[in-house]
Ligand binder design. Structure first.
Ligand code: AMP
Ligand code: MG
Length: 412
């Protein structure tokens, strides 16, 4: 049976970045840029004042004291009309263009406007230090120059990058698009969440769970509902699911009598890459691909128990979606933490145990495995923010032992 790392390598080996498309920059949050972006402007577009104050010739303030004639007032958005010479000053607001002739700006707090006699306003300036050339001025193009590359292809777009795109006038950009992920739940026992289960029935929680996992991973989920455990129903639903970039099926991949997913897959031409992984929970994981006219489809058959489905999604589907989206660090973040309580591990498969990870100031990360009833117990994971990973083998892990922990993604 494959190890988790071997299986993940096979999955990533089949996942290629989606072809770039153009989109509205405002909708590109979280996507990966598929082109280099250059500025079409100098920023700032002019030498500008960084403060509210007076633009002066700094030599006039060599002693820190001066009384100057006020020529005009320039607010942000306006342009100066007068050249500032010796003995003169222009009142200027933050962001406004520096008048010609001025070599520095003094802050309003160091000045006192004297009564204007008719046309002539004067300002008295008293500073603790002599003025220096360039003070309180941001030079033209000091942030970026027209033609300069400001963003590189491959950058994941945060709010900051969207702001930069707006600054350089790019309302449309080329990005790696979000893949579509069809989610199909299988099982004769399943009823929709809105229904009260009858005898022998349970609600389909995986459909909602996995669609939300796909959305949280940046993809666009397409929930297909429930297919019964019979070949014709499965064939039809899987056929529909293969229209999406990725198909995630829950249930029907274990060794039960009604686990027909693998055989239907092969009938539909989906090539099996592997079936079963050394992992608890999640051993029955099935993975295959189909080279479709519209591109390669990745198909994941996740075991039906909700926590098995969740763990397999986070360990295998999430990094695959990241690769499709050009994002190489989509896998769950990993930290090492100090175990808080004894943990007895049994069995020949490594275990991902739901856990509570806490940043305990001077002690670094600490982790506490939760009391958990197994892979059908999703409720306990409401308290989990991580998966504690214990290696295969029978062993008692003592408090104080260091444990590898995968952090579950926070709500987005
Ligand atoms: P399976 O992998 O189909 O053998 O299912 C394993 C267990 O998971 C069974 O107890 C199922 O009832 C349960 N299960 C399967 N599918 C779902 C689902 N969509 N939502 C909640 N539980 C499920
Ligand atoms: Mg089933």
């Amino acid at each position: 049976m494959l190890s988790v790392d071997e299986a993940l390598e096979l999955v990533l080996g089949q996942a290629a970045r989606c072809a770039a498309t153009s989109c509205q920059s405002a909708d590109a949050l979280g996507l990966v840029l598929a082109e280099d972006v250059a500025s079409d402007i100098d920023s700032p577009p002019h030498d500008k004042s960084l403060v509210d104050g007076y633009a002066i010739v700094v030599e006039d303030l060599a002693t820190g004291h001066a009384e100057l004639d006020v020529l005009e007032e320039v607010t942000a958005g306006a342009v100066p009309t007068r050249v500032v010479g010796r003995g003169q000053a222009t009142r200027i607001m933050t962001g406004a263009p520096l008048p010609e002739g001025a070599t520095g700006v003094v802050m309003i707090e160091t000045t006192q406007l004297l009564g204007s006699d008719g046309e002539r306003a004067r300002v008295r300036i008293a500073t603790t230090r002599p003025a220096a050339v360039g003070q309180n001025i941001m030079r033209r193009a000091s942030s970026m120059r027209a033609g300069q590359r400001v963003l590189s292809s491959g950058t994941r777009l945060r709010a900051i990058e969207l702001g930069v795109l707006a600054e350089v006038g790019r309302t449309q950009v080329s990005v790696v698009p979000r893949p579509t992920v069809a989610v199909l739940s299988t099982g004769n026992e399943l009823v929709p969440p809105a229904q009260v289960p009858g005898a022998g029935q349970i609600r389909n929680s995986n459909g909602t769970l996995l669609a939300a996992c796909a959305r949280a991973a940046g993809a666009v989920p397409v929930e297909l509902g429930v297919a019964r455990d019979e070949e014709s129903a499965l064939r039809e639903a899987i056929g529909l699911g293969l229209q999406s970039d990725v198909l995630v099926i829950s249930g029907g991949v274990s060794a039960g009598v009604l686990d027909p997913v693998p055989s239907v897959m092969s009938e539909l031409g989906v090539r099996q890459v592997f079936h079963k992984v050394q992992l608890k929970p999640g051993k029955p994981l099935w993975f295959g691909t189909l080279d479709h006219a519209q591109g390669r489809r990745l198909v994941f058959g996740l075991p039906g128990n909700p926590v098995s489905s969740l763990v397999c999604f986070e360990l295998f589907v999430r990094p695959a979606l990241g690769k499709l989206m050009g994002n190489s660090d989509a896998a769950l973040a990993e930290v090492w933490a100090t175990l808080q309580t004894e943990y007895r591990h049994r069995g020949d498969r490594p275990t991902c145990h739901p856990a509570r990870l806490v940043a305990a100031e001077e002690r670094g990360w600490t982790v506490e495995p939760l009391r958990w009833q197994g892979s059908g117990d999703l409720r306990t994971l409401v308290e989990a923010n991580a998966l504690a990973c214990f290696p295969a083998g029978d062993r008692v892990h003592a408090p104080g032992d260091r444990v590898r922990v995968l952090r579950l993604p926070a709500a987005q």
